[in-house]
Design a protein around this ligand. Sequence first.
Ligand code: NAI
Ligand code: BGC
Length: 266
Amino acid sequence: MSRLEGQVALITGSSSGLGRATALAMAKEGANVVVNYIGRQEAADEVVDKIQAMGRGAMAYRADVSVEEQVQAMFAAAIEEFGALDTLVNNAGLQRDANLIDMSLADWNKVIDVNLTGQFLCAREALRHFMAREERPEVSKARGKIICMSSVHEAIPWAGHVNYAASKAGVMMMMKSIAQEVGPMNIRVNSIAPGAIRTPINTSAWETPEAYSALMELIPQRRIGEPEDVGNVAVWLASDESDYVHGASIFVGGGMMLYPGFADGG
Ligand code: NAI
Ligand code: BGC
């Protein structure tokens, strides 16, 4: 039997990159998927079409995760369509890079609003739904699951990206605090903390041979991650195979956390 048969997942920012790969990987394992997007509707529709072609249910829903009313309307529409949700993947995120001396308040606020407040708003709505309905032991041991897309930068400081690193460090402590709070309710909460994965968010880090070669200095496995590397971990975290994994940040970065500069130094 497929690992997510009959489950429903809502994945924010899933018209591209890691969210898209997670949506497709979860559908492959049997899940019905709500494809949240904010930009191009055609990109979200393309993900929906692919999922429906696998024989699963899918809907695209436009909402800004940092706007409370839009998040609430999205959860209501998703529950109306599928009857229940089992997993939230808090994936939507962005960068607005600048050295601190030049960083505008608008760019600071935008990153915190989307990457941190957006995850809070969606997690709260998911929790309210999980607690308002019966458990669904026929599809999942857990009453519900929340998977937060963090980053290696929840732990690795990142000059020139102070807003982003602060948002992901916030995600780490938010995730762990929620996990402590809702564990007794049979709700599992974890993070995936990716390293460099080939998506539109970091094109400049891999698109030229020079950039790619500099990037490899930071990755002991000596390859960039592909979106499926993250999608596969998200499937596992949503499945009963990880039923005793709770409050964990799982690093998916080819060893980026291993202080690679010390491999031949120190
Ligand atoms: P991406 O740019 O393809 O995906 C981000 C998605 O979030 C986009 O589809 C975008 O439209 C959506 N989004 C942005 N603001 C939104 C809002 N207000 N409401 C709803 N959706 C919104 O890039 P990627 O890499 O797939 O990013 C996904 C997540 O993974 C982000 O949280 C990012 O911080 C995280 N991440 C990415 C890494 C990488 O190397 N690609 C590494 C570590 C973390
Ligand atoms: C960032 C990417 C970066 C990666 C590794 C992610 O959180 O969004 O731009 O390539 O971390 O540094």
